[in-house]
Design a protein. Structure first.
Length: 69
């Protein structure tokens, strides 16, 4: 009987360890997705800033060309 209780306790504790490892793996996967999404958002923002700078430079160039005429 004592061995049965010991085996049950060991099985329950092992199950908790598996659940903890599974939870940690899930959390890591979620963090990875968040990081990837953050990188995509940052790249999109950089592209928009680059486009805005380019438009400003073109406007400035047009303005200076108009002033020379």
């Amino acid at each position: 009987m004592k061995q049965l209780i010991t085996a049950l306790v060991a099985a329950v504790l092992a199950g908790c360890g598996v659940e903890t490892a599974s939870t940690a793996a899930t959390a890591a996967a979620i963090k990875k997705q968040e990081l990837e999404q953050g990188k995509k958002t940052m790249e999109q923002a950089q592209q928009k800033v680059g486009q805005a700078v380019e438009q400003m430079q073109q406007s400035a160039k047009r303005g200076s060309e108009s002033a020379e005429k």
